[in-house]
Design a protein around this ligand. Structure first.
Ligand SMILES: C[S@@+](CC[C@H](N)C(=O)[O-])C[C@H]1O[C@@H](n2cnc3c(N)ncnc32)[C@H](O)[C@@H]1O
Length: 211
């Protein structure tokens, strides 16, 4: 099966170095004076480690138990929990900041909507969010089988059995309409999962409205 659960079980660490974008996330969390961060969909913990190195108090969660076992081995001081982005194991408004890199695109648009609803529920008023997802400019968007508008199965990709949603700018603005979008950035960079290819990504820097 080509999915993240199997990748971690068979390969262990898949992505070791932090994404270059994590530096921008750190600047955002510093500017907004966010001290405690949840690494949502943390995988084996490369960004949790980077955030710890940068002085943040970190916890992490992911749906893969195999990934979390590795993360706990590297960062015994960090609390890692099994989670589903569509049903987070955290109380309403209990989280200061969320770092979520390349996670909520794994599924249909409904999966992403549910995840964003959960992110909104658990963030405190004024809490901060750094989140990246694939865009419709991504070369992978031109290939594969469309199962609904904007969602594809790309069996060539290493996680190709999982549907991936590719987001447009208007979809991003709509999906994050309940947040204050501080910055919505579209960028192209070498793909982290398919070496030699280029990925097109949205990065959202946002805060939860004080309601
Ligand atoms: C591309 S990897 C990125 C991992 C990590 N954020 C990083 O940048 O190293 C996608 C991650 O999302 C996790 N994931 C996928 N669907 C999930 C879900 N419904 N709930 C929680 N985690 C999920 C996978 O287990 C995997 O760790």
């Amino acid at each position: 099966m080509k999915d993240w659960k199997t990748l971690y079980e068979e390969r262990g660490v898949v992505q070791k170095e932090p994404s270059p974008k994590a530096r921008d996330a750190v600047s955002f969390f510093r500017t907004t004076k966010t001290g405690k961060i949840l690494d949502l969909g943390c995988g084996t913990g490369r960004h949790a480690a980077y955030l710890v190195q940068n002085g943040f108090e970190v916890r992490g969660c992911d749906s893969s138990e195999a990934a979390l076992r590795i993360a706990r081995g590297v960062l015994p001081q960090v609390e890692f929990q099994v989670c589903d982005v569509g049903l987070l194991p955290y109380r309403d408004r209990s989280v200061d900041g969320i770092f979520c890199h390349a996670v909520i695109q794994h599924g249909t648009l409904a999966t992403a909507k549910k995840a964003i609803g959960e992110i909104h529920r658990v963030l405190r008023g004024g809490g901060t969010l750094f989140l990246t997802v694939t865009s419709t400019e991504h070369p992978e968007y031109l290939t594969g089988r469309e199962i609904e508008p904007g969602t594809k199965i790309n069996i060539d990709a290493i996680d190709g059995d999982m549907p991936h949603h590719y987001f447009t700018e208007s979809e991003m603005r709509d999906l994050f309409g309940r947040f204050v979008i501080v910055r919505l950035e579209h960028y192209r960079a070498p793909s982290e999962k398919s070496p030699g290819r280029v990925a097109a990504t949205w990065a959202t820097y946002a805060t939860r409205r004080e309601e």
